[in-house]
Design a protein around this ligand. Sequence first.
Ligand code: GLC
Length: 535
Amino acid sequence: MEQKQHYLWWQSGIIYQIYPRSFQDADGDGVGDLKGIIQRLDYLKWMGITAIWVSPIYPSPMADFGYDISDYCGIHPLFGQMEDFDALLKEVHQRDMKLILDLVPNHTSNQHPWFLESRSSRDNPKRDWYLWHDAKEDGAEPNNWLSVFGGSAWEWDQQTEQYYYHAFLKEQPDLNWRNPEVQRAMFDVMRFWLDKGVDGFRVDVMWHMLKDEELRDNPTNPDYEASKSTYDQLIPAYSTDQPGIHDLVAKMRQVMDEYDERVMIGEIYLPIHRLVTYYGQDNKGAHLPFNFMLVTLDWNARTIRSHIDEYEGALPAGGWPNWVIGNHDQPRITSRVGNAQAKVAAMLLLTLRGTPTLYYGDELGMRDVPIPPDEVQDPQGLNMPDKDLSRDPARTPMQWSPAKNAGFTDGKPWLRLPDNYKRINVEVQQADNYSMLHFYRRLIKLRQSEAALSIGDYAPVLTNGPILTYTRKAEGSTFLILLNLSHKPCIFRAQTETYRGKIIIATDPEREEKTVSGNIALYGDEGLLIALDNA
Ligand code: GLC
């Protein structure tokens, strides 16, 4: 008899990203905090979320809003105390949910004691914990590598007369992961949180962790366009995705495997064929190398269809897929594809095979909020002001209610709210069965109750035009998903077989419960989830 496969929580579940500065402020300082998150757990549970990933909450000078960490095993007072964290973990677990933390191993803050020691003298025992190099003979940087946040990736240290490497801000020096002491120190950090009972990590910029030892120059990018980040002038061939990275990731995984059922998610922006290598040999690398295709691809059926199929085909045997619709670094889905199409995107995310990760507020259709120049806070925006790269617009406070500041804070919110928050918020949408929030919730609940949708097989269905079509199937049930990625009406003409079934969820609920068969007409921006008769 065939062995029934056992699915783990991070395979069948749904992950929700909380950007803690912007979720819920409990103490009135205008910045979200851990107590605030606790207050809102029932909402997440109501929605059907099974795991929460919280962006960094550690002590940090906040040069990059928490991604510059000065103590890996503490809590920033802005967010609370360690006892608040312990309470959060307990409350999450009491609701039968999981808590995933952000691990930022590539770089520390320049205020981290490790770096303060490292920069204190050339013969300090921690000198080799970071990437220090001599200037070229003419005093120039060791090579041409660029910082993701603009300018050179090398910073000159006057006192010890060497350069150090920083892939991001100069306040975020990169650790030297070839040094076993660094590895041990970070593995201990992981154990510190895993011992507390944290259910996993989202590992920041995993593909950056090793760099070419010979420091070879990166080649210029022939496709560079001036509107893009200055970082894109070069192809980061020698500063990212280096040989040896998979051994390192496998070592991190071994630490995870000292514990039961923890998850390691890798933040990796690479093409599919490189991305899937991060599952590691025999799937002993990252459990989920984040798949950002829905965030980065042009929004048209042909492109997305071919990438879904390429991804499905490229996954290693036993490698579990995943999909992301947005995060704190990218424009929000509603701002990329429009309000109506955002519902189609939600249906796509929640019906594809693989763990979905949602970004807070997307379930309301929150839009990017234009931030006036004198209020911009994100260093990426400030460093390249003419390029429109600020991430602030996608990081604005969660819109809870029509009350002052959308119920986010009694104080002055750290980023402004949009004018429409009185209409677009949780309270209003909870009372409206036609809202985006209810649409998300119904998709989530259906996914959680139907094996076909959560763990079932995926098969593309051949069609032409602007529709994305596929089935999800498990024993006893098959769903057909039809998504019109354009604003115009179109007809689904199945090319190989006739489908008959009942619409279970539709972007326009009026279509639900109707029986369809043969050619199926779709409105613009319409998505249909159909339970097939001949399952
Ligand atoms: C990751 C984070 C981003 C941060 C960067 C540097 O890409 O998601 O927010 O700025 O790493 O840590």
